[in-house]
Design a protein around this ligand. Structure first.
Ligand code: NZQ
Ligand code: ZN
Length: 386
């Protein structure tokens, strides 16, 4: 096991009436002016925005609304939120939405109290913001696990880059599956696959030998696959949805990453695809993973074979390690098709050669990947994903 320091400071309120329980406990520490940030309007239609705003106002808070945060949130939207937070003297930010809203708020929190440009501070000069508006995450759609970490994925439109920025980690997070019941089935499945991808991309990092993090990870992957199958056939199954909601947080709250350098090569490729096509995150991952893993499995056959047997249920009898490893990738591809996720980029309307070349040329190559890819091999992977 590698050395590590671990702390996750986010308090989690899970289950029925989670938002009311959390607000009642957390409101005294929020200050007077609370910004509620949200996406394209689902929280207006479901009544969740009003329920949150009413509870805050009843406790004497002044509410500032910041809406219109889009899937794949842009850096321009971050600047809009930061400007609003500064102008209104916001003391606390409540992110009411999924990964896109939570990510945008993490960074708004930093930019609002920073005089210089956050992107250049972090990405050009390697600095970190120190003054942050505290935030809380009221999760309305699960999958990213963004609620228990301080990383955000933001699209800089001018630079045509979708990349990480670091901001505030939520002081608390609410995961109430009742609030998520209105999420469309396709997004439920996409979010669950995103969780599986986070697990896999952590599992296939280094070290690959037996370690506690990977053993916990296998249990979570088996659970996610089981419940992914359930929600694909019955999207309203509460038990499956609640298990997926907690698995989502577990995959990205750093517990599975303890002692590991993660891979996340599929995410790096998908993020660039998202920057150029605005595609759905979980769907983009589903279209790329099998082709990517057909390239990676021969470089790390023992770990891919273990994944095949322990997670995908492949019978190793009569096959050598390489065959078992590739059978696991085939089983993953079959699962993707079975649950109705896109199996090709073409199904997602992504066929433009110029886009594929740009993705291949600009995707970050990760330290934890078992094979050092180059742009030509990433292009080959994208072509095999078509
Ligand atoms: O915008 P509204 O109208 O709210 O609709 C949203 C959106 O269209 C809808 N939705 C959310 N809650 C709903 C609902 N519809 C009905 N009922 C509800 N209760 O769901 C759609 C998708 O929302 P979004 O937040 O975009 O999805 P997701 O949670 O998958 O977040 C995706 C973003 O997170 C980033 C992705 O790159 C992408 O930008 N990620 C963040 C990570 C992190 N910070 O740790 C890790 C991930 O790997 C990922 O990269
Ligand atoms: Zn993801």
């Amino acid at each position: 096991m590698n050395d590590f320091t671990f702390c996750n400071p986010t308090r989690v309120y899970f289950g029925h009436d989670g938002i009311a329980r959390a607000l009642d406990a957390e409101m005294p520490a929020m200050g007077d002016t609370v910004m509620i940030a949200y996406g394209g309007g689902s929280v207006m239609r479901t009544g969740t925005f009003d329920a949150v705003a009413d509870r805050l106002r009843a406790a004497g808070k002044r509410v500032v609304a910041f809406g219109g945060i889009m899937p794949n949130p842009t850096y321009a939207k971050v600047q809009e939120g930061a400007e609003l937070a500064r102008r209104e003297g916001v003391d606390f930010i409540l992110a009411l939405g999924g990964g896109s809203v939570v990510d945008c708020c993490k960074v708004v929190s930093a930019q609002a109290r920073l005089d210089e440009d956050l992107w250049s501070l972090e990405r050009d000069r390697g600095g970190s913001p120190t003054d942050l508006i505290p935030i809380g995450a009221l999760v309305t759609v699960s999958g990213t696990g963004a609620e228990m970490n301080n990383g955000a994925v933001i699209t800089h439109e001018d630079l045509q880059v979708k990349g990480p920025l670091w901001g505030a980690q939520p002081a608390f997070a609410v995961l109430d599956p009742d609030v998520m019941m209105t999420v469309p089935p396709a997004q439920v499945v996409s979010g669950a696959f995103d969780t599986l991808s986070h697990c896999m991309e952590t599992y296939f990092g280094v070290p690959g030998e037996y370690n506690l993090s990977d053993s916990i990870n296998e249990a979570i992957m088996r659970d996610v696959i089981r419940h992914l199958r359930t929600v694909a056939s019955d999207p309203h199954d509460y038990e499956a949805r609640s298990e997926l909601a907690w698995a989502s947080a577990m995959a990205e709250n750093s517990i599975l990453k303890i002692g590991k350098v993660t891979d996340f090569q599929c995410h790096m490729i998908e993020h660039q695809l998202g920057a150029l096509t605005d595609c759905n995150h979980g769907q983009g991952l589903a279209a790329i993973h099998p082709a990517l893993y057909r390239h990676l499995a021969p470089a790390n056959p023992a770990k891919f074979a273990r994944f095949a047997v322990e997670v995908m249920g492949v019978d190793p009898q009569g096959r050598d390690e390489q065959e078992v490893a590739l059978a696991g990738v085939d089983a993953l591809a079959a699962l993707i098709a079975e649950v109705g996720l896109p199996t090709t980029l073409t199904e997602m309307g992504i066929t433009d050669e110029a886009v594929l070349h740009q993705v291949a040329d600009t995707s970050v190559l990760t330290a934890g990947c078992c094979k050092r890819l180059d742009p030509d091999e990433i292009l080959a992977i994208l072509h095999e994903s078509l």
